[in-house]
Every structure is written in structure tokens, then in C-alpha cells.
Design a binder for this molecule. Structure first.
Ligand SMILES: NC(=O)C1=CN([C@@H]2O[C@H](COP(=O)(O)OP(=O)(O)OC[C@H]3O[C@@H](n4cnc5c(N)ncnc54)[C@H](OP(=O)(O)O)[C@@H]3O)[C@@H](O)[C@H]2O)C=CC1
Ligand SMILES: O=C(O)C(O)COP(=O)(O)O
Length: 496
């Protein structure tokens, strides 16, 4: 159970502690932040509201710890990460329990998130020993005017202190996808978890603590992003920011100093359906892509752009599948569970009302109970409706009927987002041409958008992000190249 047994030391009364200098601590602020259970809409957990002074101390110890960690052999760093991964997977049940209570993730998906996270940590350790174990050797005479008098050796060095800020929808997985690459590359890491999801993240951090990482190497400060976020992201002790979330990321990128940024932000992933598509496959992917975790995924299908000639058939198929979705509490492993907060539910409702006023066709009756919103397909959506462009982050999916491929590509590219998209067609050549024309970081052909498998590159264009994630890209992003040049008094050619 969460907060008991091995996890008892992270709890003080009914308030979870924060993690600094290898210890679980109470904040001197004597203030707490409540975490509201999206299903009951009552306080489920409380966490510490850390102070700026506490953030300063965390940054100092992260800097000190990084210096010795950078001198730790790669195989030893990997060994510790493998240990943390095993502990994490062993304790999937209490962590999954927190995910169910804090963010209403369906029970089975919650367990999957923890297991996937353990696998990601292990994979990162393995990948790290390979890619960080290699550098380059360059000779000078390949550039015009040079003799072979210089040997250049390059290696990848850590950046220092990495600040990791994940969003509520994957508080464990999107935290470890930043923690593991940072650590294997020899950095230290400060985590600011999302408030909804903070307790799951604190349990995950305890697994790293139990694995035996040196004090100060990993820290976890809790508090509202709106209160301590700016102080963290503008802190002079931070050498790199890895952020996943919404528009907050755009604001951070304007405020942060001259440090590398990895930003994975929102999306309005389009699903373009051609006349020759396998419509059963499309319908199954629209359900999986649009409605899993109630549409609260950055990679969710967020607009269907279907050729008019097959639209009626497709809409009927999707409607039939929506009717079979189970709606209810995450504990019962329902498909559709309450969205994360009342304000999120209100926002989604605003988009639905706007679509209603402007004449969209409701394929189901709009139904809401608290934060629980029944799945809704909106047909005949037009570009003047907000839902055509904004991401609901909820179980509401617009369908726009198109009369040409160009119209579909135009709608996709007119979005300010450019995360992922998908195309359904039996003609792979045509699908590739469309994929090339879509201004998104990834296009899936004949499947719904998805980030996984976690070692695939994952990136957004335009307002969807800066840089690229995926295990290898994250490790590379959290390092810098250092060159050492050996200068020879006379040119030397091997076997010359
Ligand atoms: N591209 C991607 O990979 C993903 C993108 N997203 C996007 O994220 C959004 C939903 O996630 P959500 O968690 O609500 O996103 P937010 O941007 O609201 O929050 C993300 C994180 O930022 C923190 N934060 C809030 N304010 C600040 C600040 N001023 N400075 C620093 N950190 C701050 C939050 O903390 P706190 O919770 O305390 O406010 C949270 O940890 C959607 O737009 C979605 O598309 C989500 C998942 C993946
Ligand atoms: O946070 C998100 O929404 C993602 O990064 C999507 O991950 P997924 O495609 O594995 O659900």
C-alpha cells in the first residue's frame, strides 16, 4: 500500500515529505499542497510546499554530488540504474495505486506505466554504456590546407544539474525518461513533479533512494508550479531543463537562461483517412488513439480528417465502438475515467458548448458527472469551431469531413502544433507523400500516434516542442562534446 512498509519513511502524518540530500524532509514552510482525487473530488494526499531557500540548498547539493558522480565509472552508474529499475518494478502495486488515486489512471494502465518505466530505466542504462563509451577520432588533413599534424579526440561530457519537470498524465514514466538519461550521462537531477501525480513520483524517487544513489544526486521538490516553477527554471544552478507539459513550456523557454532546453509540449494530432483505408483498422485506432486515458495524452488523436465518401461508414463504426467503452472509476479499470481536474472538465465543456452553438453533429448525447465526461464524437466539425484547433485533453473527438488530400494536409499544417499525426491508406506510396507533407515531428502510417516504444525519437515541431526525446536522443541532449587535440611537431601518416 502507498505510504506504508518500505514507503513509510516518505510520509509524515498525512503529509508526504520532499527528498533532498539523500533524506526525506519536512518543509520549513509548514505549508502543504492538497492533491485532489479526480474521482471523489476530495483531498487524497498532501505534499510539502517547498521554499526558495530549500530549492537553493537542493541546487547546491546537486552541484556537489554531480562532481563525484561524473568520476563514477559508467558501468557502475548503469548497475545502480538497473537496481533502481528492479526495485521500481517490484513495487509497481503501491505506485500504481497512487496513479489511480491522483490522476484517475485506469488500474491496468497504471501498472503498465510503472513497468514501462522500469524497462525504460534499464534500457537507458544499457544504451548509455554503449553510446557514452564511444567518442570520435579525427585527423586534420581531411580539411584543405592541413597536414596530418593534429589528432582530435572527442567525448561526451555531462552538463551538470538537470531540472526535470514532467506533466500530470505520466508522472512516473515522463519523470524517469528524464532522470535515467541524466544520471547515466553523469549529471545530477532535480525533479519538480506535477502536483497531480506528485505522490506517485515521490514513491518512484524512493526506489532510486533504495537503490543507493549518492546523496544530493537526485532530489525531488514539491509545490505548485505556479509558485515555485519560475524560481526553479530561472535558477542559476540549473544547467539544462527537460520539460513536458502544456503552454507553460513556451513561457519557460522565454524565461530560462542560456541552458539547453528539451521541451515536449501539446499537440493536435490529426488522423487523415483516405478512401482506400481499412475502415475497421481506422475505427479501432481512433478508439485507442482518441479515447485511451480519456484522451489525456499529448499523442491522442485530436482531430479526424476523413474523406467525405467514406465518412458515414467510418463514423458509424466509431460510434458502435464508443458505445462499448466502459465509463466509470479508474479502480474498476474503466476505459473512460474522470479527467484530472474540475477546471479541465470545465474547459472541455466549453469546447463542447462552442461546437454545439456552431452546429456540430453530436453522435452521442453530451453527459458529465463531476469530472467524468462520457466519450463524445462530434461530426461535421468546421474550422470556425474551437474544437477544430484546440486540444481538449479529454474524451471528445472532432471529425472534419474533407474533399481532398490537400484539404487534410492544409488543416494539419495550419495548426500551431506539430507533434504527431497519422495517415490511413492501403497505398503506402501515397501515405509517404502525405507523411512528408505533414508538418509534425512524427507521422504514423496505418496506426494511431504514440510515443512508444520509448527508444524511438519523439519530438514536436512548432509549438509542440524543442529538441527530441527517446532514450538515445535524451542521453545525447544531456551531454556536451568535449574535444582534446593532440598536436604533433611533424606530420605523421599511419603506414606512411
Ligand atoms: N508533448 C508531450 O510529450 C506531452 C505534452 N503534454 C501537454 O501537457 C498539457 C497537460 O499537462 P499539464 O501537466 O496540465 O501541463 P502543465 O504545463 O500545466 O504542467 C506541466 C508541469 O509544469 C509545472 N509547472 C506549472 N507552472 C510552472 C511554471 N511556471 N514553471 C515551471 N513549471 C511549472 C506543473 O506543475 P504543477 O502541476 O504543480 O502545476 C507540471 O509539473 C497538455 O497541453 C498536453 O498536451 C502532456 C504530456 C506529454
Ligand atoms: O505524455 C504523453 O501524453 C505522451 O508522451 C504520450 O505517450 P504515449 O503515446 O505512450 O501515451
Amino acid at each position: 500500500m502507498a505510504g506504508t512498509g518500505l514507503f513509510a519513511e516518505i510520509l509524515d502524518g498525512d503529509v508526504y515529505k520532499y527528498y533532498a540530500d539523500g533524506e526525506w524532509k519536512k518543509s520549513s514552510s509548514a505549508k502543504t499542497v492538497a492533491i485532489i482525487n479526480p474521482t471523489t473530488r476530495k483531498t487524497q494526499y498532501k505534499v510539502q510546499a517547498c521554499t526558495q531557500e530549500e530549492v537553493n540548498k537542493v541546487m547546491e547539493s546537486a552541484k556537489t554530488a554531480q562532481k563525484s558522480w561524473a568520476k563514477t565509472p559508467l558501468w557502475k552508474r548503469a548497475e545502480l540504474l538497473h537496481k533502481a529499475a528492479a526495485i521500481l518494478k517490484e513495487h509497481k502495486a503501491p505506485i500504481a495505486e497512487c496513479l489511480v488515486k491522483e490522476i484517475a489512471k485506469p488500474a491496468k494502465d497504471a501498472v503498465t506505466e510503472v513497468v514501462r518505466s522500469g524497462d525504460l530505466v534499464s534500457y537507458t542504462a544499457e544504451e548509455g554504456v554503449r553510446i557514452l563509451g564511444e567518442g570520435k577520432f579525427l585527423v586534420s588533413d581531411s580539411f584543405p590546407g592541413n597536414e596530418r599534424t593534429k589528432y582530435c579526440l572527442t567525448s561526451k561530457i555531462p552538463l551538470g544539474v538537470i531540472l526535470a519537470i514532467p506533466p500530470f498524465n505520466y508522472p512516473v514514466n515522463l519523470a524517469v525518461s528524464k532522470i535515467a538519461p541524466a544520471l547515466i550521462a553523469g549529471n545530477s537531477l532535480v525533479l519538480k513533479p506535477p502536483t497531480q501525480g506528485a505522490v506517485s513520483a515521490l514513491h518512484m524517487v524512493h526506489c532510486f533512494h533504495l537503490a543507493g544513489f549518492a546523496k544530493g544526486l537526485i532530489s525531488c521538490v514539491t509545490g505548485k508550479g505556479s509558485e515555485i516553477g519560475d524560481f526553479l527554471t530561472m535558477h542559476p544552478g540549473v544547467n539544462c531543463i527537460s520539460f513536458t507539459g502544456g503552454d507553460t513550456g513556451i513561457a519557460i523557454s522565454k524565461k530560462a537562461g542560456m541552458v539547453p532546453l528539451q521541451m515536449e509540449l501539446g499537440g493536435k494530432d490529426a488522423c487523415i483517412v483516405l478512401e482506400d483505408a481499412d475502415l475497421d483498422l481506422v475505427a479501432a485506432n481512433i478508439i485507442k488513439g482518441g479515447f485511451s486515458y480519456s484522451g489525456q495524452r499529448c499523442t491522442a488523436v485530436k482531430v479526424v480528417l476523413v474523406m467525405e465518401s467514406v465518412a458515414d461508414v467510418l463514423v458509424d463504426k466509431v460510434k458502435a465502438k464508443i458505445a462499448k467503452l466502459m465509463v466509470g472509476p479508474p479502480e474498476d479499470d474503466c476505459d473512460i475515467t474522470p479527467v484530472v481536474s474540475e477546471s479541465s472538465a470545465n474547459f472541455i465543456e466549453g469546447l463542447v458548448k462552442d461546437a454545439k452553438e456552431k452546429g456540430a453533429t453530436f453522435c452521442q448525447e453530451y453527459k458529465r458527472d463531476g469530472n467524468l465526461i462520457w466519450p463524445l464524437l462530434l461530426d461535421n466539425v468546421r474550422p470556425d469551431m474551437r474544437i477544430a484547433w484546440e486540444e481538449p485533453f479529454g474524451p471528445v473527438l472532432p471529425v472534419i469531413r474533407i474533399n481532398s488530400i490537400e484539404e487534410g494536409i492544409h488543416h494539419c499544417n495550419a495548426s500551431n502544433f506539430g507533434l504527431q499525426g497519422c495517415v490511413f491508406s492501403k497505398d503506402v506510396n501515397k501515405a509517404i507523400l502525405i507523411s512528408d507533407a505533414m508538418e509534425t515531428g512524427t507521422v504514423q502510417i496505418n496506426s494511431a500516434p504514440a510515443r512508444g516504444p520509448d527508444h524511438f525519437p519523439f519530438q514536436g515541431l512548432k509549438d509542440s516542442g524543442i529538441g527530441s526525446q527517446g532514450v538515445t536522443n535524451s542521453i545525447n541532449m544531456m551531454t556536451k562534446i568535449k574535444s582534446t587535440v593532440i598536436n604533433l611537431p611533424t606530420p605523421s601518416y599511419t603506414m606512411g
